[in-house]
Design a protein around this ligand. Structure first.
Ligand code: MN
Length: 489
């Protein structure tokens, strides 16, 4: 058995946290999984409901081929096995907002099998997390209890919308890993265009399975916290559940296998119902639908249309442009940021471009609460600024001044024009630098003595000369001239 990646300290020793996520992701599609009704978000109550979605007698489901392709596309993006033969089953349960009395889902034979994704952690390291399966199923409608004191309402707009349920293996070992996995999954789905990932609109939500065990022991009993709809909440749920379970076990209690709810106000989970087993749902193949058989050419057509995915992009940034793993992943995990960065780096040094984007630009955007698309400095402008540093027109330090102007009084202007207009060009004229060096040396005889004993003190002189030239002197030239005049090796 391998060493646990991470342990939590309890009162009576160490514990390992084991986490698995079942994520429901709404398929990006114009119409529903088995009907032609619209999936547009924000429509009036019950505007997007066909007779099929309302389960009128005699209505039959017809599979939406586009949704099937989206599931295949997602499976390929998760490096998963695509099952050429799959089947829809009825999962029987009663809900007031599920008019059929059953959900059409996939049970034994899902459309996508095992896969694996790479997940980045805060310290720049990565872990591989297994995917158990992905299946297609319908969403239910929505019950609304807060419109009237004495009535509940049902809105069936969501009823029948296609969902992909993506089940991970129990491969995560901490709240951080659970949150990072959820976030990475969203990034991949967005790149693929198979789910918009808008959690506030319910497009993506996670059922969070948590258990704890002593290192080396068999898996403990897990609880499942339903419908967690933000990355931060996933982290909170895992933290809370792990602590709660450890406490119960350390006091000699046992964990019940149950479904729990997360209270966003208190940050706590509480019992919702004891957990059903699969046999409670009386699954059976849906007689209204034929098994799903995927022709090879459909799979190959989808494969050929896949975009460059975040991991491929990240590794290309590292291998071809020389970026650190950290910078590469920060840039690659958001497609808009990656596109912006690539436009800046076009024809320039990748590392220098990445530095400017991740440090200077992102710093400003964070402070002002702007997205990359709202950046006051365009990628073309920032690219030009990087070019001015590369060809030594300005130093990196002066570039920061120019950048400041680009954000404020010189918005929209070409950085080269700003440098020209403000007289910020780097002084490479050695005569001018030499006279500045002479003045500094003449004014500081004590320091001149010191630097002969301690060559490291040269930095002080460089600083003085730069100051005297308004930061415009070429630092390399200043260094060379100082060394020559002071006799420092
Ligand atoms: Mn489900």
């Amino acid at each position: 058995m391998s060493e646990p990646r991470k342990l939590l300290k309890g009162a009576t020793g160490d514990w390992e946290v084991v986490v698995g996520l079942e994520v429901h992701a709404q398929v990006s599609s114009v119409s529903k999984l088995f009907s032609g009704a619209s999936t547009t978000y924000g429509a009036g109550p019950n505007e997007n409901v066909s007779l099929v979605d309302a389960a009128m007698p005699g209505m039959l489901p017809v599979i939406n081929e586009f949704c099937v392709e989206q599931a295949v596309r997602t499976g390929l993006g998760l490096n998963a096995e695509i099952n050429k033969w799959s089947r829809f089953d009825r999962k029987n349960y009663f809900y007031p907002d599920l008019p059929q009395g059953y959900q059409i889902s996939q049970y034994k034979d899902p459309i996508v099998g095992e896969g694996e994704i790479e997940v980045e952690l805060d310290d720049g390291s990565t872990v591989m997390i297994g995917i158990e399966r992905l299946h297609l199923e319908q969403d239910a409608g929505k019950s609304i209890h807060d419109l009237a004191p004495d009535a509940s309402y049902v809105d069936l707009n969501r009823s029948g919308v296609a969902l992909m349920e993506i089940v991970s293996k129990p491969d995560m070992r901490s709240a951080e890993e659970g949150a990072a996995y959820f976030s990475k999954l969203r990034t991949i789905l967005r790149y693929l265009g198979t789910c918009d990932g808008n959690m506030d609109q319910g497009s993506m939500r996670a059922d969070v399975n948590v258990s704890v065990r002593r290192p080396g022991e068999a898996l403990g009993t897990r609880t499942e916290t339903k419908n967690v709809n933000s990355i931060r909440f996933v982290r909170q749920v895992i933290d809370y559940e792990a602590r709660r379970q450890i406490e119960v076990l350390e006091e000699g209690g046992t964990i019940d296998q149950e479904t729990r709810l997360f209270d966003v106000k208190t940050g706590e989970t509480r019992t919702m119902r004891s957990k059903e087993d699969a046999h409670d749902y009386r699954y059976f193949p849906d007689p209204d639908l034929l098994p799903l058989e995927l022709p090879d050419d459909l799979i190959e057509r989808v494969r050929a249309s896949l975009p460059e995915l975040p991991d491929q992009k990240k590794h290309r940034f590292m291998d071809d442009l020389g970026l650190s793993a950290y910078d590469a992943s920060v840039l690659a995990m958001d497609k808009d940021k990656a596109d912006y960065f690539e436009a800046v780096a076009e024809g320039h040094d990748g590392k220098l471009a990445a530095n400017w984007v991740t440090t200077e630009l992102f710093g400003v955007l964070n402070k002002q609460g702007l997205t990359i698309k709202e950046s006051p400095v365009s990628a073309a402008q920032l690219g030009k600024l990087v070019g001015l540093i590369e060809d030594k027109t300005i130093s990196g330090k002066i570039a920061k001044q120019v950048f400041e102007h680009m954000l404020t009084d010189d918005q929209g202007k070409d950085p080269a024009d700003i440098v020209e207009a403000r007289g910020l060009k780097q002084v490479t004229d050695t005569g001018a630098i030499e006279s500045a060096v002479d003045e500094v040396i003449a004014a500081n005889p004590d320091q001149v003595e010191r630097v002969k004993e301690k060559p490291k003190a040269l930095g002080w002189f460089v600083g003085q000369v730069m100051k005297a030239t308004g930061g415009k002197a070429n630092p390399q030239a200043v260094n060379e001239i100082l060394r020559a005049k002071l006799g420092v090796e």
